[in-house]
Write a protein that binds this ligand. Structure first.
Ligand code: CO
Length: 134
């Protein structure tokens, strides 16, 4: 079902500072900041040859990452994103096995303009998993 790791997401207390850290310490290619009001986050992407790290910061009052930052004020790894060929097929198989899709259970358009869902960490070794159709 899983094709490849698409990105690792890190929630950070200061997005500009995090971008600077990656640029200056690693000489990394970092995208411009992008507000995603529908997802309640501001993002920046650290782009490497064949992998991406997504830096996230809460946006708005109802950000899904605000509580994570309260618990982890210095920031931390928030989720892993895996690519799947067909999100509907993957979701059906996982639901069949008793896994829980978070939120209203329906795919949303994610940070890369592709459909995504998040899976309950309790079903997956305590790690929040994003599945992206790609
Ligand atoms: Co993500």
């Amino acid at each position: 079902m899983l094709k490849k790791l698409n990105h690792i997401a890190i929630v950070v207390p200061d997005l500009q500072a995090a971008c600077e850290t990656y640029k200056t310490r690693f000489n990394a290619a970092v995208s411009a900041l992008k507000d995603l009001p529908a997802q309640g986050v501001t993002t920046a992407f650290v782009q490497m040859a064949d992998s991406t790290v997504e830096l996230l910061h809460p946006l708005g009052d109802k950000s899904p990452v605000a509580r994570f930052l309260e618990k982890n004020p210095r920031g931390g790894i928030h989720h892993l994103c895996y690519e799947v060929d067909d999100l509907d097929v993957a979701m059906a198989a996982l639901i069949d096995q008793g896994a829980t899709i978070l939120g209203d259970g329906q795919p949303k358009i994610g940070a890369h303009d592709k459909p995504v869902v998040f899976l309950d960490p309790r079903d997956f070794t305590g790690v929040l998993i994003e599945l992206e159709q790609a």
